[in-house]
Write a protein that binds this ligand. Structure first.
Ligand SMILES: Nc1nc2c(ncn2[C@@H]2O[C@H](COP(=O)(O)OP(=O)(O)OP(=O)(O)O)[C@@H](O)[C@H]2O)c(=O)[nH]1
Ligand SMILES: [Mg+2]
Length: 180
């Protein structure tokens, strides 16, 4: 049997948890390009990605997945189309505690849904603002006439990140079996 190889991109704003999600599930040492964050106005975190994060995971059926993380800072937007090339799916991570997470979602959907055929949304940091309802995302998507898969996840939890990967693989297997 031929071994399948897929490329998945993790995108989303600064601090959403892209680098964390990749390191939570990667079976290889993550190639990370994190440096001290000098843009404390944008986000008060210690480290930020300035290039591309890279990790790998092999599923039970030996499907190999290459995991690419984008830098969240706006000044690195030029990397987005380069990372997107040949990707099967994009996981857009949205920080639930952000000032306007729906605006973030609109920006990232606008940038990535045109480039990458399949989109999954993961809402992170829900523990940081439990009083804000998760229904805002589904309601907004419905208003826009969109129906992307959406999950609340904690990027630090391996099983949460795996849920996103499994949902991508399941949707592709469903498509393949429908067309055969
Ligand atoms: N409390 C909480 N922390 C989280 C969650 N998801 C990720 N984090 C933490 O948020 C911090 C920022 O995560 P990163 O992975 O560095 O964020 P990033 O998206 O790669 O950010 P940039 O590279 O700057 O664009 C890390 O300390 C993570 O461990 C979550 O659901 N809840
Ligand atoms: Mg990062």
């Amino acid at each position: 049997m031929m071994q399948q190889r897929y490329k998945i991109v993790f995108s989303g704003p600064m601090g959403a948890g892209k680098s964390q999600a990749i390191s939570s599930i990667s079976e290889t040492a993550v190639f990370a390009t994190e440096v001290l964050n000098t843009d404390q106005d944008a986000h008060q975190k210690m480290l930020t990605t300035v290039g591309i994060d890279y990790g790998e995971i092999t599923l039970d059926d030996q499907t190999k997945i290459a995991l690419f993380g984008t830098p969240g800072q706006e000044r690195f937007q030029f990397i987005w189309p380069i990372v997107s090339q040949g990707a099967l799916s994009v996981i857009i991570l949205i920080d639930h505690t952000a000032y306007n997470p729906l605006e973030d979602l609109a920006i990232y959907l606008g940038e990535f849904s045109a480039r990458i055929p399949h989109v999954v949304i993961g809402v992170t940091h829900v523990d940081g603002m439990p009083e804000r309802p998760m229904s805002i995302y589904r309601d907004w998507l419905t208003e826009q006439g969109l129906s992307y898969p959406l999950f609340a996840i904690d990027a630090r939890k391996r099983e949460d990140v795996l849920l996103l990967i499994e949902s991508i693989i399941a949707s592709f297997e469903a498509k393949i079996s429908m067309s055969s």
